[in-house]
Design a protein around this ligand. Structure first.
Ligand SMILES: [Zn+2]
Length: 247
């Protein structure tokens, strides 16, 4: 058994982790991140557990307090931008949603929760700290991927500063409703491919060039669209030339 102590910051500094084996895959690190997210601000004072609704001083749940809580949530405006009606698999939509509310286990977020990493630098460019915003919008590797996707879809120049801008790309393009529906899925597929490339480099020591990542986006989006969309699909050659045409 491998035993390892995870160095963590003040809030959970007394935790001792006993690993059978260290988290070593994207899924395991993601699960650890979610766990730490839940316990990060937990202040345990001993005693017996009981349920308490924090939004009311009485500790009792009420619909009106839940509404007030949602209205005051700074993440809520971002969440409202999420469009779930997309032809990509649920795992892709969930990953995009988690990115939108900054809940992906990027190196910067792991570091903030006290996880000691060899390096905080982005695996894709190796120059900047890996934050959610950097990974999808600021990284020059990702920028090349977006540039190629932009050319493939014949988009107007993109002005992207954060993940919310990516989710709203379709609103800045003069396309039909159906073309926007196709484009939304391609944006989601591109974010998924960037995240997978990042994970492959960290956990599998596999590296691809940006042009290869874009080829994988064309391939996965073709099959997802073909099997999951109600719209008719172009054939492979036509779709590779211009994906926003619909038959
Ligand atoms: Zn980068």
């Amino acid at each position: 058994m491998i035993s390892e102590r995870l160095n963590v910051v003040d809030g959970i500094k007394n935790l001792q982790w006993q690993w059978r084996s260290s988290p070593s895959s994207a899924a395991e690190v993601s699960e650890l991140f979610n766990l730490m997210e839940d316990i990060y601000n937990f202040d345990w004072k001993g005693g017996k557990d009981k349920w308490r609704w924090k939004a009311c001083s009485s500790g009792e749940f009420s619909i009106s307090s839940a509404k007030q809580l949602l209205a005051a949530d700074p993440c809520n405006s971002s969440q409202n931008k999420m469009r779930w009606k997309v032809w990509v698999p649920l795992k892709v939509r969930i990953m995009v949603w988690r990115s939108l509310i900054n809940r992906l286990p990027t190196k910067n977020e792991l570091h903030k929760r006290g996880v000691i990493l060899q390096s905080n630098l982005c695996e894709l460019c190796n120059t900047d700290v890996e934050t959610n915003t950097h990974l999808f919008t600021g990284c020059f590797f990702s920028a090349e991927v977006w540039y190629r996707v932009e050319a493939w879809c014949r988009l107007n120049p993109l002005l992207i500063f954060d993940v919310a801008d990516l989710i709203e790309i379709t609103s800045s393009q003069p396309f039909t409703k159906d073309a926007k529906y196709i484009l939304r899925g391609i944006v989601f597929s591109t974010m998924w491919a960037i995240w997978i490339e990042r994970n492959d480099r960290i956990f599998k020591s596999k590296r691809r060039r940006a042009i290869e990542v874009v080829e994988s986006i064309k391939m996965s989006s073709y099959f997802w669209f073909k099997h999951r969309s109600k719209l008719k699909c172009l054939d492979w050659i036509d779709r590779c030339k211009y994906p926003l045409n619909i038959v």
